[in-house]
Ligand binder design. Structure first.
Ligand SMILES: [Zn+2]
Length: 534
C-alpha cells in the first residue's frame, strides 16, 4: 500500500505541480492586464486542474489505501488525508455539479445587475454606503436601507434551491448537509467551531452591550431620535458589520505623502522577514484594466510569491500592504523540503491570522512612532484613541460573524424553516439591533456571501482569534513582556519565531496541531477577549 501511495503521489505531483504553476501565472497575468484572452486562459487552466480532482479511478485508489489503515508513516499519512479531502469534494455527479454552478452564476448576475432604487433614481452600493454614513435624516436612511434590502425577494427562492442542491451534493458524498461537509472537508469539526463561537459570545456579550449603548447614545443625538427609536438603518452600514464612526480620530493624516511600499519593507526587514525579492516581483500600483483589490499568490510553492495592490498613501493601504505581505511571508518561508501537497499554510484561516496580526499594526501607536510617522509626544493620545477604534471594529465584526455562522448552519440543516424570522432573531440576539415591526422580508438574502461564498465566513473570525493568540504568545513567552499592544518593530525574535513555528511546518500538521505546537494550546477565544474586551 505504501509503495502504491508513493507512486500515486509521484504521478500526482508530476501533473499538478506544473499545472498549478501555469494556472497561478495565468491568473496573475489576467488580473493585471484585465484582457479577455488572459482571463480565458486562466479559466481553462482552472477547469483542467479541477478535472484532476474529479477523476473517479484516482479517488478509488486513494479511498482503498485510506480505508486499509496501513499507512503509518506520519508525513505520508498526512499527505493521504490532504489528497483524500481534496478529491472527495469533487466526486459528485457532473450533472448536479453543473446545475449548481449555473444556478450560482445566475444568482451572481442578479446581484451584480441589481441597483438600489430611490424615488426612481438608481444608485450603486457605494452610494448606499455613503448615504448611510452621512445622512442624518431618518426617513431618507430608511428608504435607502429598504431599497438595498429589495434584492432579497429577487434572489431568496433561488438561494433556497441552491442550498437544497448543495445539500444533495453533500448527501451523495455521505454528509448530513452541505455546511457539515464544507467544514469537515477543510478539517473543521462543526461541534468544535460552534463551541468556539459560544465561548466567544459569552466573552464579548457584556462588553459589546456597553459599546452598543455608547453607539446608540451617539446615533440618537446625531440623528435626532430617541434611543428606543433607533432602527437598523441608523447604524451607518448595510449590515452593521462595521461600526459607526463614533470616535473622531483621523489616522490617514499620518500616512499622507508617505511611501507605503518603503514602510512595509522597512517594517518586515526590522523583524527579520526579508521581502525584497517578493516586492520586486509584485505589482503594487494602479493600472488601467487591473484588479482594483489586493491579494497575495504563491506561484510555484517554491518561493515565487507575489502581491497585487493598488497603493495610495493612506491608512487603509498601509494595513492592506502589511496584511498581504503577512500572507506572502507565510508562503515564502514554508519548508521547500516538504512534499508538494503539504507546501501550503495549515489552513486558509491560519494564513489569514498572520495577515491580520500584521495588518492591525497600521493603527498601532508604537508602529506610528517607530516608523517615524508620529511624534513620541503624540503617542499616548494616539494609542488610547486608535485602540478604541480597533476594539469597536473587532467587537462589532465579531457579533456580526456570530449571525452569519449561526444562520448558515441553520439554513443548511433545514432550508424549509422560516428563514426571515430566524435572521432577525439572530440579529436581535447577537448584534442587538431591532427587528422593524411587522417586517417579514428575506433580508438575509441581501448578503451575497450566503449565495456565493457558502460556509466560509466563520474563518474570518477564527483568523482574528488566532491573530490575538499569536500576539499573546509572542509578547508573553517570546519577549517575556506583559505589554500586549506592541508593534514588535526591530524584534528579530518575532520573525524567527513565526518562521520556525508557524510558516516552516506548512500543512505538515493539521491546523489545531500546528497551533498547539506553536502556542502550547489549541485555538481559543480567550486571547481575543483579553485583547478587546475590558
Ligand atoms: Zn487575507
Amino acid at each position: 500500500m505504501q509503495k502504491e501511495l508513493l507512486a500515486f503521489i509521484e504521478k500526482f505531483d508530476s501533473v499538478v505541480q506544473p499545472l498549478t504553476k501555469e494556472s497561478s501565472l495565468a491568473y496573475w497575468n489576467a488580473s493585471i492586464s484585465g484582457n479577455e484572452e488572459d482571463w480565458k486562459k486562466s479559466e481553462e487552466l482552472t477547469i483542467e486542474l479541477t478535472k484532476v480532482f474529479a477523476n473517479k479511478e484516482d479517488f478509488a485508489v486513494l479511498k482503498r489505501i485510506k480505508e486499509s489503515g496501513t499507512i503509518t508513516d506520519e508525513v505520508l499519512k498526512r499527505q493521504l488525508d490532504v489528497l483524500y479531502n481534496a478529491y472527495l469534494g469533487n466526486q459528485v455527479d457532473t450533472t448536479l455539479l453543473n446545475s449548481v454552478i449555473s444556478l450560482q452564476t445566475e444568482i451572481e448576475q442578479k446581484y451584480s445587475n441589481f441597483r438600489v432604487d430611490v424615488n426612481g433614481k438608481k444608485i450603486t452600493d457605494n452610494e448606499v454606503e455613503d448615504i448611510l454614513k452621512t445622512s442624518t435624516n431618518s426617513s431618507e436612511l430608511k428608504q435607502v436601507w429598504e431599497g438595498h434590502k429589495a434584492i432579497g425577494p429577487v434572489v431568496a427562492l433561488d438561494i433556497i434551491s441552491l442550498v437544497k442542491k448543495r445539500n444533495e451534493i453533500a448527501s451523495q458524498l455521505g454528509f448530513n448537509n452541505y455546511h457539515e461537509m464544507s467544514l469537515k472537508l477543510s478539517e473543521q469539526d462543526p461541534r468544535e467551531i460552534s463551541k468556539l463561537f459560544d465561548e466567544l459570545d459569552q466573552l464579548t456579550r457584556d462588553s459589546f452591550a456597553g459599546l452598543k449603548s455608547e453607539i446608540d447614545m451617539f446615533l440618537a443625538k446625531r440623528d435626532h431620535v430617541n434611543r428606543d427609536e433607533l432602527m437598523p438603518w441608523h447604524y451607518q452600514n448595510r449590515f452593521f458589520q462595521e461600526p459607526p464612526a463614533i470616535y473622531s480620530i483621523d489616522l490617514d493624516k499620518y500616512y499622507n505623502d508617505q511611501d507605503i511600499e518603503a514602510l512595509t519593507k522597512d517594517y518586515y526587514t526590522s523583524i527579520g522577514l526579508d521581502i525584497n525579492e517578493m516586492l520586486a516581483n509584485s505589482d503594487l500600483y494602479e493600472k488601467p484594466g487591473k484588479n482594483q483589490h489586493a491579494y497575495c499568490i504563491d506561484i510555484d510553492n517554491l518561493g515565487d510569491v507575489r502581491v497585487l495592490c493598488n497603493i495610495k498613501s493612506n491608512q487603509n493601504w498601509m494595513g492592506t500592504m502589511l496584511h498581504e505581505f503577512g500572507h506572502a511571508n507565510y508562503d515564502k518561508y514554508i519548508d521547500h523540503q516538504l512534499p508538494f501537497t503539504l507546501r501550503n499554510p495549515a489552513h486558509t484561516f491560519t494564513t489569514e491570522a498572520i495577515a491580520m496580526f500584521f495588518g492591525r499594526m497600521s493603527s498601532n501607536a508604537g508602529f506610528l512612532v517607530d516608523m517615524k510617522l508620529a511624534e513620541t509626544t503624540d503617542a499616548g493620545k494616539v494609542a488610547a484613541e486608535s485602540f478604541k477604534v480597533l476594539r469597536l471594529e473587532q467587537l462589532t465584526f465579531s457579533r456580526w460573524a456570530q449571525v452569519m455562522y449561526r444562520f448558515e448552519k441553520a439554513l443548511y440543516e433545514n432550508p424549509d424553516q422560516d428563514m426571515n424570522t430566524l435572521w432577525w432573531d439572530l440579529v436581535e440576539k447577537y448584534q442587538m439591533i431591532k427587528h422593524p415591526v411587522n417586517r417579514n422580508e428575506p433580508d438575509w438574502a441581501s448578503k451575497i456571501h450566503i449565495a456565493t461564498s457558502p460556509c466560509y465566513y466563520h474563518n474570518y473570525l477564527l483568523g482574528e482569534l488566532l491573530a490575538s493568540q499569536f500576539n499573546h504568545y509572542i509578547a508573553a513567552t517570546i519577549l517575556k513582556s506583559e505589554d500586549f499592544r506592541q508593534d514588535y518593530y526591530g524584534r528579530k525574535e518575532v520573525g524567527e519565531y513565526l518562521k520556525e513555528n508557524v510558516f516552516k511546518p506548512g500543512a505538515r500538521y493539521s491546523w489545531n496541531e500546528m497551533i498547539e505546537r506553536a502556542t502550547s494550546e489549541q485555538l481559543t477565544a480567550r486571547y481575543y477577549a483579553e485583547q478587546f474586551v475590558n
